[in-house]
Design a protein around this ligand. Structure first.
Ligand SMILES: [Zn+2]
Length: 875
């Protein structure tokens, strides 16, 4: 960073177009892509946050290379007050275009081909919208509010922190400096290399903290964090120092995150066969964060609840989330950071791959968690959206920043991750890994298109016969939706057919996928590639028992002919893997939603799972039962409650109400799931009383030992059956909670109360300022999902829509609206459509379409089932 700027030149009004020469004409520029005649090579960025008035001063010197002589330099900047611009030391006129978020710099004398230095001085605001360079706050031990300046650049918000070439293929080296008061922790992507006392921009005495140059990387991966924070001692992971940075007073919550971080970092080094590409890693827990976490090179930022956890008081789900997210972000250091998509249409592969790798790494970290079976629950979420007519292909055109924001959805993460798992299982893990290694080695520090990965994998497996990787994957990523594979037996031949699975009554018929179909025939595994409408497979006998999608890794659903299904009896089910059994119950529920199976038949079918003790299978069944409970009212609902209780209570009794000393984490989690479901969906008064008493004893004496899964279930049960006193108490507990998981438990419990006034109070609380804007949208979403009073919550959200849009992170708005689809009356359907016609969510337009279509599917489901399920239950 050169010394402070001397020249001051300010010229917003002077048109620069007159100074433009070929090859770039401002009027003909693509509004979303910068011209490529000037390429940034090295940024020297200095930011000086002012914590008292939430502003910052900044300066960036961009060493760039001019490829064609020009009088115009175009880069990105928005919500910045640009003070001066110099090009090679000469003041240059400039103008900002708010609409395209650009800074135009014009010069009188043409800049020649070769190196150029662009020096920009600017000011900005540390905003409260959790994007760009923003303000996060927490209260210290004495109740005083403290401010942290931190950043979130993805996807297109680096331009809010400093003027830059803000597109992922403009990779450059970043040399950063933060100017902060003495005693303030300051970190960025590279390790700290120097500290100098200097005079701040306001004449005060400051410290300038300098950081080492980064590897060449994209602007969306730049990070700055400065504030009253603490860092752990570094853990050495094969020469890479790994730390956790957090607000003071939370050092007792770092051990788990450091352990999983160190182990999975080493696992990735081994898997990729490439050393960690930069110098250090800080994992930073921020009090305010819009996404879950962000893979900034060497400076990974997280929501507190996804990094800081107490292993002794947390549930399996809470620990697994931390392990997942830590592994996910570390996976990105290579896949995403070292090798990066050329443009945002490729974001799906970036996120899909990190999702795939997070599961693989956590599976290696804790094999007893059976992470791949757990992943099937997430895959179902992708199936749900992908069953709609309004779904999209995984790879999708992205033009504007709003298009880009809309890509961070279940199709990108969960469907994309599932497709990679399917490919890995098709090729075999070693061949798949060899392909990944070749891809990363070939494109290190560069940018790629999706097809580069398929080509690298194809090349890596070419020596042993080769595989049609690109043809296979192209059929999955360029076509929306997914197939239904129908299996029937014709004499001693198995007939497989593919068609589109859809909730749509008039689905598309013109799609064909290249489907790797794993078969288990009389207990023996085989693989066929179904790439036409139908295919036949010889069977050993006409009586053979066939399981299609054996292993459960294919991204498709299976429908068996009645004759084949009748051979899959209890004995066969008992011999299936948990993932296979999960597939059976999940396929059955989706057949109900699609109108191909009666809800009553589903209820009878899951009734045969009494011997089941696998967590994901029960997660699916409990979810299905909860959905059934939404379809009916009155006496039938009471009858359903009895059925639920008689199904679930014996399973709970079988695994026991108290944990055994040597049981797995998954059994503990299953107990919590069943306890909450038996008490709420099953209305079991004994279990309710047990949960209330456990809860009361724990509140009286926090040292009273309660297993976290039971405590967490009890919090839900107490809320679902609670009164005004319970509500008030839980609010107080939320405000006083000192660890992020407990805090969220109390907060979300407020949405479970079965009382209109209390739920309304919860909604008021969400917008009162007592709940951080990162959490408030989710409190409102859960309130809309409340079984009996969701409509009241939705009306509240409607009334506070402007407040939400103005105050909540933009990526959270559509998530807040999502549960509207559960309000399944025709009247509510019309209401929601009318409302969103007037209040679109442009950054999530596609997701909103999907929510509204799913809403219609739910309304049709209720119309179809309400009467006949009620009749079935009252028989
Ligand atoms: Zn990611």
């Amino acid at each position: 960073m050169p010394p402070g700027s001397t020249g001051r030149f300010h010229d917003y009004d002077r048109p620069v177009t007159s100074a433009v020469s070929a090859p770039v004409d401002r009027g003909s520029l693509d509004p979303h892509r910068l011209p490529r005649h000037v390429l940034p090579r090295r940024y020297e960025v200095r930011l000086e946050p002012h914590f008292d008035d939430a502003t910052f001063d900044g300066r960036v010197v961009i060493g760039a290379e001019v490829l064609a002589a020009t009088r115009l330099v175009v880069l990105n900047a928005v919500d910045l007050d640009v003070v001066s611009v110099h090009v090679d030391g000469t003041p240059a006129p400039f103008s900002l275009d708010t609409e395209t978020e650009r800074l135009f710099i014009g010069v009188i004398d043409e800049i020649a081909v070769g190196p150029v230095a662009i020096d920009i001085v600017f000011r900005g605001t540390l905003n409260d919208m959790l994007r760009g360079f923003y303000r996060s706050t927490y209260r210290d031990a004495s109740g005083v509010e403290r401010v942290v300046a931190c950043s979130q650049m993805q996807s297109t918000d680096c331009r809010r922190a400093f003027p830059c070439f803000d597109e992922p293929d403009f990779k450059a080296v970043f040399a950063s400096e933060l100017v902060v008061p003495e005693g303030t922790l300051a970190i960025s992507n590279g390790p700290e290399t120097r500290r100098t006392s200097i005079e701040g921009s306001r004449g005060d005495s400051k410290v300038c903290v300098g950081f080492a140059d980064t590897m060449p990387m994209s602007t969306y991966l730049v990070a700055f964090v400065a504030g009253p924070l603490e860092a752990t001692e570094p853990v050495d992971v094969g020469g890479v120092p790994l730390r956790i940075v957090h607000v003071p007073g939370k050092s007792h919550l770092v051990d788990f995150g450091l352990d999983v971080g160190a182990k999975s970092l080493q696992w990735f080094v081994d898997y990729y066969g490439i050393p960690y590409p930069d110098a250090k890693i800080d994992m930073v827990a921020l009090p305010d964060f819009a996404a879950g976490a962000m893979e900034n090179v060497g400076c990974i930022t997280y929501r507190e609840s996804l990094l800081l956890v107490d292993p002794l008081t947390s549930t399996h789900n809470e620990r697994e989330l931390v392990a997942d997210v830590v592994s996910h972000e570390l996976a990105h250091m290579w896949f995403g950071d070292l090798v990066t998509m050329k443009w945002w249409n490729g974001i799906w592969l970036n996120e899909a791959f990190a999702t795939f790798m997070e599961v693989a790494a956590v599976d290696a970290y804790r094999p007893d968690w059976d992470r791949w079976t757990g992943f099937s629950v997430e895959k179902s979420a992708a199936f749900e959206t992908d069953s709609l007519g309004s779904t999209r292909p995984v790879e999708f055109e992205v033009r504007s920043p709003a298009d880009c924001e809309g890509m961070f959805d279940v199709l990108t993460y969960q469907k994309g991750g599932s497709l990679l798992r399917m490919l890995e299982q098709y090729l075999g893990p070693d061949r798949f890994r060899d392909g990944i290694r070749r891809y990363l080695a070939t494109h290190a520090y560069g940018n790629t298109e999706t097809s580069d990965l398929w080509d690298a994998i194809e090349a890596a497996v070419a020596h042993d016969g080769g595989e049609p990787v690109r043809r296979l994957m192209d059929s999955w990523i360029w076509q929306p939706g997914y197939p239904l594979v129908t299996a029937s037996v014709d004499d001693d031949r198995l007939v497989l057919r593919q068609s589109v699975f859809s909730f749509d009554t008039d689905p598309a018929t013109d799609r064909l996928w290249v489907i790797p179909v794993h078969l288990r025939v009389d207990g023996r595994d085989s693989l066929v590639l179904l790439d036409s409408e139908s295919s036949t497979v010889e069977l050993p006998s006409a009586e053979s028992v066939v399981v299609v999608n054996a292993g459960g890794h294919g991204f498709y659903r299976v429908a068996y002919s009645t004759a084949m299904l009748s051979r899959i009896d209890r004995a066969v089910i008992a011999g299936l893997t948990p993932l296979d059994r999960y597939g059976l119950v999940d396929d059955a529920w989706n057949a109900v939603v699609a109108g191909r199976l009666a809800a009553a038949d589903y209820l009878d079918f899951v009734g045969s799972f009494t011997d089941e003790s696998d967590l994901p299978v029960w997660q699916s069944i409990v979810g299905g039962l909860r959905s059934l409970d939404r379809l009916i009212d009155g006496a039938a609902r009471g009858a359903l409650r009895d059925r639920v209780r008689s199904l679930l209570r014996p399973v709970l009794d079988r695994i026991g109400w108290e944990p055994a000393s040597d049981e797995s984490d998954l059994v503990g989690r299953l107990r919590g799931l069943l306890m909450a479901a038996v008490a709420t969906s099953g209305g079991d008064t004994e279990v309710v009383a047990h949960c209330r008493s456990v809860h009361a004893r724990h509140l009286e004496d926090p040292t009273f030992p309660v297993h976290p899964e039971i405590l967490s279930a009890s919090v839900t049960v107490v809320a679902a059956t609670g009164d005004a006193d319970d509500h008030r108490r839980m609010k107080e507990l939320f405000l006083a909670a000192d660890n992020p998981q407990e805090q969220l438990r109390w907060l979300y419990a407020l949405t479970e109360f079965d009382d209109e006034a209390l739920l309304l109070d919860t909604c008021e609380f969400a917008v009162s300022g007592a709940v951080k804007s990162q959490n408030a949208p989710f409190v409102l979403a859960r309130s809309i999902a409340n079984r009996n009073h969701g409509r009241t919550a939705w009306e509240f959200v409607r009334r506070h829509w402007t407040h939400a849009v103005d105050n909540f992170p933009s990526n959270s708005i559509v998530r807040m609206a999502d549960p509207v689809k559960l309000l399944d009356t025709p009247e509510m359907g019309a209401d929601a459509r009318a409302f969103f016609a007037e209040h679109p969510i442009p950054q999530s337009a596609k997701t909103l379409d999907q929510i509204l279509e799913r809403h219609s599917v739910n309304i049709a489901l209720r119309a179809r089932e309400e009467k006949r399920l009620s009749q079935h239950l009252s028989r």
